[in-house]
Design a protein around this ligand. Structure first.
Ligand code: GAR
Length: 208
């Protein structure tokens, strides 16, 4: 199978981006990141991309009249780079309907909880862990899923759980969850690039 052209969207530190870069460089993922796009100018993920010779582009949402036009600009860049697969690696903006339709079943997101818990509008980054601790659940985790028109509602590819300890803080929980994110996101990308993922309704089957 030929190598998959990947575009990664970020808003922050890009540790998940780094995990994918590392597995590509190790030859585990049959893909190539053609571009990293951020909606935040100072996102450290842009530096990570440049350090690996990957095109890193900041798109300023304020320059566009509305969310659709902002998304069209991102689509334009992805098209120029012939991107087949879009990874949302800590991208904290909602994609337009047009974007999701255009890349149907070709957008993968990582979320720091066990979906359908602690997800949807307003649940992102550290806020998720705050809510987890506030609620008092004993188990949380991370989820990789395909993106559909809803917020965190697409078909689930991989999940892994972590135990919430009694003395857990947002910082310790974030660290624990990030560790598993860095495992399951690259794994899902690897499976996608090896054409091992089959979507049947809400379910994603992993082919042997
Ligand atoms: C990660 O924990 C990711 O799951 C989360 O943002 C963080 C980004 O970290 N994404 C969301 O909350 C999406 N709803 P990173 O920039 O170090 O990869």
């Amino acid at each position: 199978m030929s190598s998959v052209n990947i575009g990664v969207l970020i808003s922050g530190g890009g540790s998940n981006l780094q995990a994918v870069i590392d597995d590509i460089n190790a030859g585990v993922i049959n893909g190539k990141i053609q571009v990293v796009i951020s909606n935040k100018k100072d996102a450290y993920g842009l530096v990570r991309a440049k350090n690996h010779g990957i095109d890193a582009i900041y798109v300023d949402k304020r320059k566009f009249e509305n969310n659709n036009d902002f998304n069209r600009e991102i689509i334009k860049i992805l098209e120029e780079k012939n991107v087949d697969l879009v990874i949302l690696a800590g991208y904290l903006k909602i994609l337009s309907e047009e974007f999701v339709k255009k890349y149907q079943s070709r957008i993968i997101n990582i979320h720091p909880s066990l979906i359908p818990s602690f997800c949807g509008m307003g649940y992102y980054g550290r806020k998720v862990h705050e809510k987890v601790l506030e609620y008092g659940v004993k188990i949380t985790g991370a989820t990789v899923h395909f993106v559909d028109e809803g917020a965190d509602t697409g078909s689930i590819i991989l999940q892994e759980a972590v135990i919430v300890d009694d003395n857990e803080t947002v910082d310790t929980l974030q660290k624990k969850v990030l560790e598993i994110e860095h495992k399951i996101l690259p794994k899902a990308v690897q499976l996608y690039c090896d054409d091992k993922l089959e979507i049947k309704g809400r379910k994603v089957h992993v082919r042997n």
